[in-house]
Design a protein around this ligand. Structure first.
Ligand SMILES: [Zn+2]
Length: 442
C-alpha cells in the first residue's frame, strides 16, 4: 500500500500510553502511515483537526511475532495429543488439501480473528510453498485485504520426512525468497525475510543459506530453536553441542537471528544470546499446550535478550491474541519461579508490543515519532478495565477482548466496535467454510 493512501489524523484519546504510562491530554499526529509527533493537545494550533476520543485509551497495537496462519483451520483436530501425533494428524494430514484458495481463506480467517483481538502486525512463518510463491502471495493478499501489516517469514525446509509441499532445494528456496522480497520491497505494510525452519527440519547448508540471504537483503531471519527436548537431545547426540551453540558453529549472522521458542537452553546458550543479540519470540501458551516446557524468560531478561511474543499456530494454543500471551507469560513465569514479582505487567506488555517489533526489525510497538501508526483504542468504561487505579496493570491481567473498540493500522481504522472495516466477518467465515466443506475429521 503506498504511504499516500494512509489517512492523516490527529488522535486525542482520554489517555494515551506513552513511555509505558497512560497520560491525559496527549495528541498523536499521524502522517503517511506513521506517527509524526506526540505532544500535549494544548501545543496544537486552534485550527488543528483533532479527533477527540472520550472514554477511550490509546495504546500501541500488538504484534504477533510468531504464527502459522494455516493452522487456524486445524483447531480441534488433534488437541490433547503428543507433539508427533499432533503434527501428523493435523498438519501433515491436511497439508495436501491446502491449495492457494484454502491458504488464502485460512490466512484471512486467522488474521481477521487476530485483528478482533488487537493484533496490528502478524509474522506468518509460512511453509506450504508447493514449489513456488503463489501461496505466499495469497497469505500476503489476505493480510492486505483486511488492512493488516504482515511479515512473511518465508520458510526454507528440506527435511525429507515432511510433506512434499514444504520441501525445496536450497537453490529454489533462496531464489524464491529473494524474488518475493524484491516484489514487496519498499512497502511499509509487507515485509519478507528468510526463515530456515529449525535444526531438525532444515539442513546445515539450508540454515547457512538463510542466514547469508538475510545479510544480502539486510533483513532478519527466523528459526525455531529447541522447542522440544527431543531436538536438544538429537543435536547433542549428533554434534556434541546444544542447538544454539551448534547454530553458532555454522558461522551464522547471529545478530540477525530471531529464535522461536528456545525452551531447552543451558546457561551458556542464554549468555550467547545476550552477547550476540539473538532475539527471542516467546510463545507461552503454545509451549504449555504442547507440553514443551517453560522458557527461561527471567534469565534471558537478565542477560539483556530482546523478547517478543507470539501465539504460534491456531491449533497449538488455541487462541490468537497477544494480549492473552502477555497474561500467560506473566502468570507462567510467576508460578515457575514461585514469585509474584517476576515479569510485571508492564514488562509483559512491552514484550507484546515494542519487544515483538524488535524481533521483527520494525519501527512499531511504541507511541513515538517515526513509528508506524498502529494502535488499539480501548473502552475505559469496560468492566474488565475498571477500577482505574492502573490501566497499565489492568490491560494485561483483567482486560477482555470486549474492551477493544477500534484497531488502527497505519492510521487507517480496520476494526470498529468489533466490525472489520474492509471485509465483513460473514465473508471471512463464508470463504473459510467453502474451502473446508469437504474436509473430513481425520
Ligand atoms: Zn512455529
Amino acid at each position: 500500500m503506498p504511504t499516500s493512501a494512509y489517512p492523516n489524523r490527529i488522535l486525542a484519546a482520554e489517555q494515551t500510553l506513552v513511555g509505558g504510562r497512560f497520560q491525559p491530554d496527549t495528541a498523536v499526529v499521524v502522517e503517511g502511515g506513521r506517527i509524526a509527533r506526540v505532544c500535549p493537545v494544548a501545543e496544537l494550533g486552534a485550527d488543528a483537526k483533532i479527533e477527540r476520543l472520550p472514554r477511550r485509551l490509546l495504546a500501541p497495537g500488538t504484534l504477533n511475532a510468531h504464527n502459522h496462519s494455516f493452522q487456524s483451520m486445524l483447531r480441534g483436530i488433534a488437541d490433547d495429543c503428543d507433539f508427533f501425533s499432533w503434527r501428523d494428524r493435523a498438519l501433515y494430514a491436511y497439508t495436501p488439501r491446502m491449495d492457494e484458495a484454502a491458504v488464502y481463506h485460512g490466512a484471512r480467517f486467522a488474521f481477521a480473528e487476530m485483528i478482533r483481538n488487537g493484533v496490528t502486525t502478524v509474522c506468518d512463518f509460512f511453509y506450504i510453498h508447493r514449489d513456488g510463491n503463489a501461496n505466499d502471495r495469497a497469505v500476503i493478499r489476505a493480510a492486505r485485504d483486511l488492512g493488516m501489516r504482515i511479515v512473511l517469514a518465508r520458510t526454507m525446509y528440506d527435511w525429507e520426512g515432511a510433506p512434499k509441499e514444504y520441501q525445496e532445494s536450497i537453490a529454489d528456496a533462496v531464489a524464491r525468497t529473494r524474488e518475493l522480497w524484491q516484489e514487496y520491497r519498499g512497502h511499509d505494510d509487507v515485509h519478507v525475510c528468510p526463515a530456515p525452519h529449525s535444526p531438525h527440519a532444515a539442513s546445515p547448508a539450508m540454515i547457512q543459506a538463510g542466514s547469508r540471504l538475510a545479510e544480502e537483503l539486510d533483513t532478519r531471519f527466523h528459526i525455531h530453536v529447541a522447542e522440544g527436548r527431543y531436538e536438544r537431545d538429537t543435536i547433542r547426540e549428533r554434534y556434541g553441542k546444544t542447538p544454539m551453540r551448534w547454530l553458532e558453529s555454522l558461522g551464522l549472522a547471529m545478530e540477525r537471528m530471531t529464535a522461536i521458542h528456545c525452551v531447552w537452553l543451558e546457561d551458556d546458550d542464554i549468555r550467547l544470546m545476550g552477547a550476540r543479540d539473538v532475539r527471542l519470540v516467546y510463545n507461552p501458551a503454545s509451549n504449555m499446550f504442547l507440553g514443551d516446557g517453560v522458557t527461561r524468560i527471567v534469565d534471558m531478561l537478565g542477560a539483556g535478550v530482546k523478547i517478543g511474543l507470539g501465539s504460534d499456530g491456531g491449533c497449538s494454543n488455541n487462541r490468537v491474541s497477544v494480549f492473552d500471551e502477555m497474561r500467560m507469560c506473566a502468570l507462567l513465569q510467576k508460578v515457575t519461579h514461585l514469585s509474584s514479582e517476576v515479569v510485571p505487567a508492564e514488562t509483559a506488555f512491552a514484550m507484546g508490543t515494542a519487544g515483538s517489533a524488535d524481533t521483527l526489525g520494525l519501527p512499531a510497538g511504541r507511541i513515538e515519532a517515526g513509528q508506524y501508526a498502529d494502535f488499539v483504542l480501548l473502552d475505559s468504561d469496560d468492566p474488565s478495565l475498571q477500577p482505574p487505579f492502573s490501566y497499565e496493570k489492568n490491560i494485561v491481567y483483567s482486560m477482555t477482548q470486549r474492551a477493544i473498540r477500534e484497531v488502527i493500522v497505519g492510521g487507517r481504522t480496520v476494526l470498529r466496535d468489533d466490525r472489520l472495516q474492509l471485509v465483513s466477518w460473514d465473508d471471512v467465515l463464508g470463504g473459510l467454510r467453502e474451502v473446508m466443506k469437504d474436509w473430513p475429521r481425520a
